[in-house]
Structure formats: structure tokens, C-alpha cells
Design a binder for this molecule. Structure first.
Ligand code: SMG
Ligand code: MG
Length: 370
């Protein structure tokens, strides 16, 4: 595939309600979109990074900078560009997995649109619809939390994930269990605890949670392995799993029993599929995480979640959980599920008027003809 150039576009889309985690509060999704323009087709990728480097070291403007300065120019040197050649071509540049993922996704989308093949088909999806959960941020009070959870259960979400942090953990979990009974329930700490909190975290065992996601620091695999021996709630890793190799290490150490796969965090959908395969080989269940993606990123995530190892509901919620107006035709929940797009590539495209309205900057990066 020949590509003429790459457009980097920053958009700011307001969230329907603020989303608070242990590391901060988001009110707007500032997303970097990558558009690859080829001779026959174009393709889109959405960068998972947020405005500030709080979830990980990556952030929107840093991703735009590394793409413009290093990653996009490196693609210019690749003969016969195809998605599977992107990661090897960018491997010399350390880190920046979310930026790399967005670029690889855009190349893959362009390639698949030209071939008339959907993301789900290309990745090896086996389901038409995927079960969906919802991630519930920290709220100002327990009664407010119960109202928010009630609304999501009414909407049909198949599992609830509560964000927790020291001071907001046992009580909200107890309140949700008491009010809603035996619903599928899990919690996510975004690395807010230390191994010294093991006895406190063991108090969560009483609530029969599906999992405790990323309690400790990103680089603390041994700490997670030790914590797993001290509590009965299964541990799921998110931030720690940055590659298939990291997944294999974590599973070998016994650092987790479940893996959250986020394509941006791991450098793209091809690496995400490798992690799915590693986990399947270990009989470890996986689910698809979310980074408040617009419809573009969501389309690819839903396709990934249709692979056979994704046996748990993901943070792949409907468009209206995030946005009043999504960038694409909205993803709608039916029976707690989203439908996997079947059209070529992502199977969705940005709506031009919406895109124009939310765009805050665009940069065109031409690639020399190779
Ligand atoms: O996309 O529904 C979503 C958000 C899911 O909780 C979610 N993501 O650690 O898993 C996580 C968080 C990180 C993103 S916070 C902006
Ligand atoms: Mg998480």
C-alpha cells in the first residue's frame, strides 16, 4: 500500500458527566486522531492518550509530537507498507505505545478498507455482538453512586466496575452489594495502593467481586504476585501489561488471574491479539478495556472483543455513556451488548459536521513517494 501522507487531528468532545478516578477527573475527551491517506483508501486511528500523563506517561500532545517528529517520517522508509510492517518500523523508538497504536490502527484500517475486510474478520473475531460493562467513576457520595449504578443497570449493562481509591473502597462496594445484590461487580484502583495495604484490600474478599483491577504500581509485578497470595479476590492487571512479553511474565509470576487488554496501552491491535493468544494459552480470561474512546476507537475495540478469549464483559460501553454526540453513528446497547461492525475496516467513519465542530487543530504530514 502506498500512502501519501498522514493527518494528525486533535478533537475535544465533552463527556456527558465528569469521570473521576484515583488519578484525576476528566470532563472532556481530548483525543488525537490519526488519518492515513493512501492512493486507494484512507484509514483512521484514535490515540488512547488523555490530556495529561496521569493514567500512563503518555498524553495527547506528546503523542502528536512523537508522531510528527519520528513515527510518521519512519513510515516513509517502509517499502510496501502494510499494518504488520508498522511496529517493526517503529521499534527503534522507545515507548510511546499509544501513539504507535494509533498509527498502526490507521494503516490497518486503510488496508482493510481497500481489501473490503472488517477489523473483526481480520483479527479473528467469532461473535456478532459483545457483552458490555460500564466503568463508574468516584462520586461525591454513596447515594449519588447508587443512583448512577441504578441508571446503568436500568440501561442493561451486564457488569458494573467501580473506581476505587484509599478512602473510597469498602463502603461504596458494600453499599452497591447491599442495594443491588448479586450483580457482576468488580473494582479498579488505577495503582492507588501499596502492598502494605494488603490487609485492607483483603476486606474486599467478603463482597465476592469478579476482580480487583491494578491495585499496585504499574512496575510492581512481584507486589501483585504477593498480593494475589494474600487475598482471594482475583487480580486483573491493566497498566502493568504493556506487551505480550509483559503478559507472559505476569502470568508466569502469578501476578494476575485476569487481563484487561487495551490496544493503545500495548502498541496496537496486533499486539493486543498476541496478548489474547498468550492468555488463552494460559487459560486466563481477558476483557477489552476502554480509554473513553469516541466511536472510532470503540469500533476497533468492539471488533477485538469479538475474539474467543474475551469471555468477560468489557469497558466497551455505548456512545451515550460518554457523549451526547459521538464522532460516528452512535453505538447503542441492546440486551447489554454492542453489535460488532461488519463493514470494511473499522466499519464506521467520522460524521463530517461533528468532526469539524470538535476539531481544535489539524496537521498534515506528507510522506515522500517511495
Ligand atoms: O472507556 O469506559 C471507558 C473507561 C474505562 O475505567 C476505564 N478506563 O483504568 O481502566 C481504566 C480506565 C482508564 C481511563 S481513565 C480516563
Ligand atoms: Mg483500569
Amino acid at each position: 500500500m502506498k500512502i501519501e501522507g498522514v493527518e494528525l487531528r486533535t478533537v475535544e468532545v465533552p463527556l456527558v458527566s465528569p469521570f473521576r478516578t484515583s488519578f484525576g477527573t476528566e470532563t472532556v475527551r481530548e483525543a488525537l486522531l490519526v488519518r492515513v491517506v493512501g492512493a486507494e483508501s484512507e484509514g483512521w486511528g484514535e490515540c488512547g492518550a488523555g490530556t495529561a500523563p496521569l493514567y500512563s506517561s503518555q498524553y495527547t500532545h506528546g503523542a502528536a509530537d512523537v508522531l510528527g517528529r519520528f513515527l510518521v517520517p519512519a513510515l516513509g522508509a517502509v517499502p510496501d507498507l502494510a499494518a504488520h510492517r508498522v511496529a517493526p518500523a517503529l521499534a527503534a523508538f522507545k515507548g510511546h505505545r499509544m501513539a504507535k497504536a494509533a498509527l498502526e490502527t490507521a494503516v490497518l484500517d486503510a488496508e482493510l478498507r481497500a481489501r473490503g475486510v472488517s477489523f473483526a474478520e481480520a483479527l479473528g473475531g467469532v461473535r456478532d455482538r459483545v457483552p458490555c460493562g460500564v466503568s463508574v467513576g468516584i462520586t461525591e457520595s454513596v447515594p449519588t453512586l447508587l443512583d448512577v449504578v441504578d441508571g446503568y443497570l436500568e440501561a442493561g449493562y451486564l457488569r458494573i466496575k467501580l473506581k476505587i481509591e484509599p478512602g473510597w473502597d469498602i463502603e461504596p462496594v458494600r453499599a452497591v452489594r447491599e442495594r443491588f445484590g448479586d450483580i457482576p461487580l468488580q473494582v479498579d484502583a488505577n495503582a492507588a495502593y501499596r502492598l502494605g495495604d494488603a490487609r485492607h484490600l483483603a476486606r474486599l474478599d467478603a463482597f465476592d467481586l469478579l476482580m480487583l483491577e491494578q491495585p499496585l504500581a504499574e512496575d510492581d509485578l512481584l507486589g501483585h504476585a504477593e498480593l494475589a497470595r494474600r487475598i482471594s479476590t482475583p487480580i486483573c492487571l491493566d497498566e502493568s501489561i504493556v506487551s505480550a512479553r509483559a503478559a507472559a511474565t505476569a502470568l508466569t509470576l502469578g501476578a494476575c488471574q485476569v487481563v484487561n487488554i487495551k490496544p493503545g496501552r500495548v502498541g496496537g491491535y496486533l499486539e493486543a491479539r498476541r496478548i489474547h493468544d498468550v492468555c488463552a494459552a494460559h487459560d486466563v480470561p481477558v476483557w477489552c478495556g476502554g480509554m473513553l474512546e469516541t466511536g472510532l476507537g470503540r469500533a476497533a475495540n468492539v471488533a477485538l472483543a469479538s475474539l474467543p478469549g474475551f469471555v468477560l464483559p468489557g469497558d466497551t460501553s455505548a456512545s451515550d455513556r460518554y457523549y451526547r454526540t459521538d464522532l460516528t453513528e452512535p453505538f447503542q446497547l441492546a440486551d447489554g451488548r454492542l453489535t460488532v461492525p461488519t463493514g470494511p475496516g473499522l466499519g464506521v467513519s467520522p460524521l463530517p459536521e461533528v468532526l469539524a465542530e470538535v476539531t481544535t487543530s489539524t496537521t498534515w504530514l506528507p510522506l515522500p513517494a517511495s
